[in-house]
Design a binder for this molecule. Structure first.
Ligand code: HEM
Ligand SMILES: *[C@@H]1O[C@H](CO)[C@@H](O)[C@H](O)[C@H]1NC(C)=O
Ligand SMILES: *[C@@H]1O[C@H](CO)[C@@H](O)[C@H](O)[C@H]1NC(C)=O
Ligand SMILES: *[C@@H]1O[C@H](CO)[C@@H](O)[C@H](O)[C@H]1NC(C)=O
Ligand SMILES: *[C@@H]1O[C@H](CO)[C@@H](O)[C@H](O)[C@H]1NC(C)=O
Ligand SMILES: *[C@@H]1O[C@H](CO)[C@@H](O)[C@H](O)[C@H]1NC(C)=O
Length: 328
């Protein structure tokens, strides 16, 4: 009799769980009890790294993006090649441009000292991304935690799913849509290019032979074009770098959107957010963020939380890696 009552009482709970527990649940307080020193520990490592090289903040923000777009935010990007899989570090969007891995290792090492075996590498990346934006005077957000780490990586997914710098607007929209991110989130997240640098190889086509036309990209502002040609020669210098935001590459602000209005966006994928017209045009969103840094900051913060929520491993899926570069 009492058994039946208990079962009847449990039934609604079980049904509720079917709906709410099925969705991955990340929460900002995931490690509050198991690792209360987590955030200050990661922040201290980052502050040291930024003091040595401020650009590292940009590089770390980018790592979180490149992790999340490939099988979700599961630290797959951090795995070195093994005999059983080729890692994502060698994929075209990462090879010779993804950087900051040693800072991630240092953060993980420091966290392992105080809370061994508790905090995932995927969460450390998410924290480093948030702290990097904050330390360059950008917005903050409640970083969601509770991700676990993958046991494998997928180089071809990294090649296919991370958009290349010569993407058209339609390409960008569809690659972001594939990850559940809309046009507004595309434009807000691209505002990350208010910090950091890009190699010449990522924008050279625009300077000399845009889309195989034999001519430069006609949207390039003439003086900007001249400056870039001086930096980025046609036949060599692949790894020479130029700032994504020429004015304040170490300050997280909305000048990126001013640049797009002035036709001085560095990558094709930047400039098309303003210059492409038609039914999919995102020009009005660019203008809104140019005119209202507060709106940009608010939308950037929510979009980062949403990007950080792409297919996380939770519960008993995956593992908590001991070292971010290899599976346990
Ligand atoms: C919209 C599609 C995007 C494309 C096509 C793109 C492409 C690129 C490229 C080509 C570079 C330079 C790499 C090199 O050195 O050659 C770069 C740098 C960077 N990207 Fe993106 N990106 C996109 C979106 C994002 C997003 C969503 C974020 C972060 C949320 C981000 C953050 C960064 C940062 C911070 C840098 C500078 C990194 C450094 O200085 O080390 N990007 N991106
Ligand atoms: C990475 O780039 C370097 C230099 O361009 C090249 O030699 C190497 O083969 C590339 N790695 C992969 C995995 O493609
Ligand atoms: C890797 O990703 C590609 C999609 O780009 C997919 O077709 C393939 O099945 C994936 N491989 C593994 C081993 O999951
Ligand atoms: C971008 O460049 C790659 C490699 O050079 C090329 O295969 C691709 O077609 C280009 N995409 C666009 C949209 O121009
Ligand atoms: C608009 O973007 C969608 C992807 O979201 C794409 O499928 C469609 O072809 C684009 N339309 C135009 C006119 O570019
Ligand atoms: C521009 O690129 C296209 C294809 O990528 C090539 O066929 C053409 O010869 C190039 N033009 C010049 C002037 O280099």
């Amino acid at each position: 009799m009492s058994m039946v009552v208990v079962l009847l009482l449990l039934l609604p709970c079980a049904l509720l769980c079917l709906f709410s527990c099925a969705a991955a649940q990340l929460t900002p307080d995931f490690y509050d009890k198991s690792c209360p020193t987590l955030i200050p520990t990661v922040r201290a490592v980052l502050q040291k790294a930024i003091a040595k090289e401020p650009r590292i903040a940009a590089s770390l923000l980018r790592l979180h993006f490149h992790d999340c777009f490939v099988n979700g935010c599961d630290a797959s990007l951090l795995l070195d090649d093994t005999p059983s899989f080729t890692g994502e570090k060698g994929a075209v969007p990462n090879n010779r441009s993804a950087r900051g891995f040693r800072v991630v290792d240092r953060a993980k090492f420091a966290v392992e000292k105080s809370c061994p075996g508790v905090v995932s590498c995927a969460d450390i990346l998410a924290i480093l991304a948030r702290e990097s934006v904050v330390l360059l005077d950008g917005p903050s957000w409640a970083v969601q935690l509770g991700r676990r780490d993958s046991t494998t990586a997928n180089r071809s997914a990294a090649n296919n799913e991370i958009p290349p710098p010569n993407s058209t607007l339609a390409n960008l929209l569809s690659k972001f849509q594939a990850k559940g991110l809309n046009a507004q989130e595309l434009v807000a997240l691209s505002g990350s290019h208010t910090i950091g640098l890009s190699r010449c190889v990522s924008f050279r086509d625009r300077l000399y032979n845009f889309s195989g036309s034999g001519r430069p990209d006609s949207t390039l502002q003439p003086h900007f074009w001249e400056d870039l040609r001086a930096k980025c020669p046609r036949f060599h210098g692949n790894n020479v770098v130029a700032p994504l935001d020429a004015h304040t590459p170490l300050h997280f602000d909305n000048l990126y959107y001013h640049n797009l209005h002035a036709s001085v966006g560095l990558l094709n994928s930047d400039q098309v957010l303003y210059s492409t017209s038609g039914p999919n045009s995102t020009r009005a969103i660019v203008t809104r963020y140019r005119d209202d840094q507060g709106a940009f900051f608010a939308d950037f913060a929510s979009a980062m939380v949403k990007m950080g929520n792409i297919s996380p491993l939770t519960g008993t899926s995956g593992q908590i890696r001991k070292k971010c570069r290899r599976v346990n």
